[in-house]
Ligand binder design. Sequence first.
Ligand code: MN
Length: 717
Amino acid sequence: MDYAAAIRERLPATWRGDDFGQLVAVLESYLPKEDLEGIFNAYELSAKAHEGQQRLSGQAYISHPIAVAKILAELHLDVSTIKAALLHDVLEDTSCTLEDIQKNFGEDVAVLVDGVSKLDKLHFHSAAEAQAESFRKMLLAMVRDLRVILVKLADRMHNMRTIDALSAEKRRRIAKETLEIYAPIANRLGIYSLKVELEDLGFKAFMPFRYRVIEHALSKASGSQRQFLRKIEAKLKKNIRDHQINGRLVTREKHLYSIYSKMRRKHIHLSEIVDVFGIRIVVPDIDTCYRVLGLVHQIYKPMPGRFKDYISIPRVNGYQSLHTTLFGPKGMPLEVQIRTEEMDQVAERGIAAPWKYKAVEKHTYSAEARARDWLQGLMEMQQTGNSEEFLEAVKVDLFPDKVYMFTPKGDILRLPRGATAVDFAYAVHTDVGNRCVAAKIDRRPVPLKTTLSNGDTVEIITARSAKPNPSWVNFVTTAKALNAIRGFLKGLKKDEARELGKRLLSQSLRPYSLNLRRLRKTQTSSLLKELGGLDIGELYEQLGLGKRLAPVIAGMLAQQVDNEGDVATELRPLDIAGTEGLLISYAGCCHPIPGDDIVGFMSTGRGVVIHRSNCHHVAEYRKHPAKWIPVDWRRGVKGEFQSEIQVKTLNRVGLLAEVAGRISATLSNIDHVNVETDDDESTLLFRLNVRDRRHLAHVIRSIRTNPGVVRVNRATG
Ligand code: MN
């Protein structure tokens, strides 16, 4: 503190203030004293340059760069970054030049200040272009030097903290940009503290009403819960101490924006959010993490299906931790995170975490290395494309469940992954959806059911007299399209519906070489009986109204004809990769994967459900032979398929991590893990993604080589 006081003495009276003194206090906690002199010089130059300038709040301008530097000092960033933060606005608004900075503070600081200034200096013709261009510039800057982006994030953080001084319109725009661009980048770089505050400030400024409602409800509900939390904390602390484990406990509350996001994502009410409170246990090493996990599971019952091992399989931003949810007293759910000090550093600070933790343990793939790999990938994409393509590529990475498409005018539409041209048409406008007849992607005509990819430019061709086709119900994925099509179909007149249904059925019979007129009465009548005694007119009507799917009915008819055996139809084995617009789904009981013997079950609501031939459901369903159809995998079928394996192991600390590590080494993703433990054995159930039987066999073989593993099986349906 003496040093700070000494520095303050040297300040001209007009610059004196507590802000800089507080910054120095933080810096002193981790930097050697000799570094402070240079930082003071940067401050001096900046204060001189900004002298007489004010922020909109009326404060002296220098308060802003000091606050930005302090945010970065709290993350323990290096001297150059702190100097650059103090100087980050001088090139923009003052007579100070880059040469001045270079001369006084060297190349390193000059490059950083220049990088941050360039990010601010961009001008654009359209909003989409602005977003795309700034993304690209920002990321280019990041790859050259990640510290540029850290200064920019801290700059945005302070601007968000002081956003009340701005007009309502500006507040909204900046808050939206913060939620859409800056918070995701902070998250991607693993800097949790920045991400959380950016999100909460953005949420408050962008949706002030919703923010207040959640804040109020939370403070009302949580009083009694906090008391429980304290009891649980005390109990856990005592148990950990009794077992001679050296650990510290931190209680925490979920931040408001993450509660809001969860409510929106899962369509649930605030009262249904179970894990508002949590406890974090930080211990010295990885083995102790698993020991503590066992300990807390003995004290409180774990909630099934909620255990996640991010130690053996870290998140993409480098985050590592064990997560489990417990039933606390009175059934109050409580999320517990268990991790090492190093992991805690990475979790809080991400790439800003001290370098010395890099690769100290073999499981650690440092956040910094991950961020670099990610950026490297982006850079490779960036070589070829224009700004908008690049934006699209970046956003895919930040929001993996969404795809981004362009209208011919360059507007960006965001739809769920799997959306088709028809979904796109309805997203533009309900009238466009109702009247669409064709689509073009990047100027080439495509079928309306085509699944769109990131970066497609989609043009919808409409005709005034066109109407929605009921078969669209089979493939649209957005609620808006589905509701609009259903709404239209409901309004159809009865005879219109019948005519439409008849047309749809004859179309769907074509692949089986069947023709409605040539079918015999016995053949249709047994089908109609099976459908609950409809007459043929009613069946057409239901098809026309979209209540039944024509390809499914056609398949059943073809089977009927085949059973009678008097028409020489060759029943084509269904190409289950989804030809003919048939709805395909994979049975959750037996999880078929390519290479398995399979059969298809015609389910009225779900289209064709694929089972393994040896699934126990198959025997049961054989009672309705007409509903089973022979199917086979398309040759060269590609993709990821879910499978389940059961692993019996000895009870040994760290074994779960080892098994999970082997699985991920075979490039199989784990969706879910369930652990059951007896006295001497554990049963681990993994749900994972594999390409085919060979891949699965490889996974099983590599788990077997672990001496702690007793048995590995594929789970049976
Ligand atoms: Mn600034």
